[in-house]
Design a protein around this ligand. Structure first.
Ligand code: SF4
Length: 431
C-alpha cells in the first residue's frame, strides 16, 4: 500500500497508516468511532444522518458511482421484519486492490461506517462479504470485529444507546461474479453465486428476500470521515457532484504502483506523477481508468482528463472502481485484449446465452488474431458480437466483456489491422 504524505494531498481514509497500527486503540487515537459516538450521543435522527450523507455528495466507490445517501433513503422505513446491510468487499477485477488494503490497514473505518449506516436505515444485522482469495484480510477483519464488540462499538445497545447491530464477516469463494450484488446475496444464502434478474432490486427483495442495502468497502470507510469534518467540507474536497477523495489503485507501467488517495477531480497527470510516472521514461500509450471492464482511453486524452466520475465519462470511459491500469508504448493492444477477454470468458457464470457463448467467441477470435490467423473482417465480427452481448444479459458482466473489445478496436484499430496483415505485432518489443 502507498500512503501519501504530500503537501498538496492529505490522505484521509488511509491517514497515518502503517502495517502495525490497524487496531482499535490506534484507530480511536486517530479520532475513530468519534462520529458514531457523536451521532448516538447527540441523538441525531436517522433522517438527519441520511441527509448529511446526501449533502456530502458521496457516490458509491465500487464502480457504479450511485449517490450513497439516495441509496440509503430507498431502504423501507416502516418495515417490521428483518432488514440487512451488506458490504461488498468481493474485489476481484483485474487492476483492483484498494478494498483489501482498507480492510488490512483500516478495518475499523469500515465497521464504524457500517454501524452508522445501519443506524440510519434501522438495520440490526450486517455482513461484510470478503473476496475468497484473500484469507489473511478476512482474518484481520474478524479480529477487528472482536475488538469492536469488546469495546461496545458493535452488538446490543451500542454505547448504551437503543441501537443494536450484529456485524459478521463472510468469506467468499473467489468467483469474480460474486462481486455482482445479487450474486453476492445468493452466495451468502449458501447458493451458487449467480446474479438475479432485477427488478426486484435488493432494497425491496435482497438477502433472504428481505430489504437490503449494499455498499462498497471504500464507501463505508468514507462515512466516519464525513461526520468528522461535516458534509460541506467533505464535498468541498472534490468537485461538484463528485465529493470527497477516492483511492486509485495504480498498476501497470508506472514506477511506483500502489494505492493513492486523492481528491476527486485531481488531474490524471498528477496521479501519474504521484505514481512515479511511466516506468523507465517510456511514453504513455493508453490508460484503463476504472478497472478492466471500462473502455480504454488513449494516453494523450487521459493526460487532459480529471479523475472524477463526470470528467472520465466525458473522456469516453468510466471511473469505475478506480483501478487505473497504465500502458506504455511497448504494450501490444491485441495481447492486452486477449488477456482481458480470457478473464471474462473464464468468469462468466454461464446463466445467459449472449454472455456464456459470446465471451468465448470474443476470446477465441482475439486469440486467432494474436496467433497470426486473423482476417480483417474479424474486427467487424468482434464488434458485432460485442453489440449482441451488451445490454442483453442479466448482469453487467456481459457489458464488461463487450466494452473493452469495442473500445480497443475503436481506439487502436491500426494496431489490430497491422497484426492481421503482418502476423505479428506493430509494437517493436513484441516483434
Ligand atoms: Fe452470468 Fe454473464 Fe449472464 Fe452475468 S451476464 S448472469 S455473468 S452469464
Amino acid at each position: 500500500m502507498t500512503c501519501l504524505h504530500n503537501r498538496h494531498i492529505k490522505p484521509l481514509i488511509f491517514a497515518n497508516l502503517t502495517g502495525d497500527n490497524w487496531g482499535l486503540d490506534e484507530y480511536v487515537k486517530r479520532g475513530g468511532y468519534s462520529s458514531l459516538k457523536r451521532i448516538l450521543s447527540e441523538g441525531m435522527t436517522p433522517e438527519q444522518v441520511i441527509a448529511e450523507v446526501k449533502a456530502s455528495t458521496l457516490r458509491g466507490r465500487g464502480g457504479a458511482g450511485f449517490p450513497s445517501g439516495l441509496k440509503w433513503s430507498f431502504m423501507p422505513k416502516n418495515y417490521e421484519g428483518q432488514k440487512y446491510l451488506v458490504c461488498n468487499s468481493d474485489e476481484g477485477e483485474p487492476g483492483t486492490f484498494k478494498d483489501r488494503d482498507i480492510l488490512r490497514y483500516n478495518p475499523h473505518s469500515v465497521i464504524e461506517g457500517m454501524t452508522i449506516a445501519a443506524y440510519a436505515m434501522g438495520v440490526t444485522v450486517g455482513y461484510n462479504y470478503i473476496h475468497g482469495e484473500i484469507f489473511e484480510v478476512y482474518q484481520r477483519f474478524e479480529e477487528a470485529l472482536e475488538q469492536a464488540r469488546a469495546a461496545g462499538f458493535l452488538g446490543d445497545n451500542i454505547l448504551g444507546s437503543s441501537h443494536s447491530f450484529q456485524l459478521h464477516a463472510f468469506h467468499g469463494y473467489g468467483a469474480y461474479i460474486c462481486g455482482e450484488e445479487t450474486a453476492l446475496l445468493e452466495s451468502i444464502e449458501g447458493k451458487k453465486g449467480q446474479p438475479r434478474f432485477k427488478p426486484p432490486f435488493p432494497a425491496s427483495y435482497g438477502l433472504f428476500g428481505k430489504p437490503t442495502t449494499i455498499n462498497n468497502t471504500e464507501t463505508f470507510a468514507a462515512v466516519p470521515f464525513i461526520f468528522q469534518v461535516g458534509a460541506e467540507a467533505y464535498a468541498g474536497l472534490g468537485k461538484p457532484n463528485n465529493g470527497g477523495t477516492k483511492i486509485f489503485s495504480v498498476s501497470g507501467d508506472v514506477t511506483n504502483p500502489g494505492n493513492y488517495e486523492i481528491p476527486l477531480g485531481t488531474p490524471f497527470a498528477t496521479l501519474l506523477e504521484l505514481a512515479g510516472g511511466v516506468r523507465d521514461g517510456k511514453k504513455l500509450k493508453a490508460v484503463i481508468p476504472g478497472g478492466s471492464s471500462v473502455p480504454v482511453v488513449r494516453g494523450d486524452v487521459m493526460m487532459a482528463t480529471d479523475m472524477d466520475y463526470d470528467s472520465v465519462a466525458k473522456a469516453g470511459s468510466m471511473l469505475g472502481s478506480g483501478a487505473v491500469i497504465v500502458m506504455d508504448e511497448t504494450r501490444c493492444m491485441v495481447k492486452s485484449l486477449l488477456r482481458l477477454s480470457y478473464f471474462y470468458f473464464e468468469e462468466s457464470c454461464g446463466q445467459c446465452t449472449p454472455c456464456r457463448e459470446g465471451t468465448g467467441w470474443l476470446y477465441r477470435m482475439v486469440q486467432r488474431i494474436e496467433n497470426g490467423q486473423g482476417r480483417v473482417e474479424d474486427l467487424d465480427m468482434l464488434n458485432s458480437i460485442a453489440d449482441n452481448i451488451q445490454g442483453r444479459t442479466i448482469c453487467a458482466l456481459g457489458d464488461a466483456a463487450a466494452m473493452p473489445v469495442r473500445a480497443m478496436i475503436q481506439q487502436f484499430r491500426e494496431e489490430f489491422v497491422y497484426h492481421i496483415e503482418h502476423k505479428h505485432c506493430l509494437v517493436p518489443a513484441y516483434v
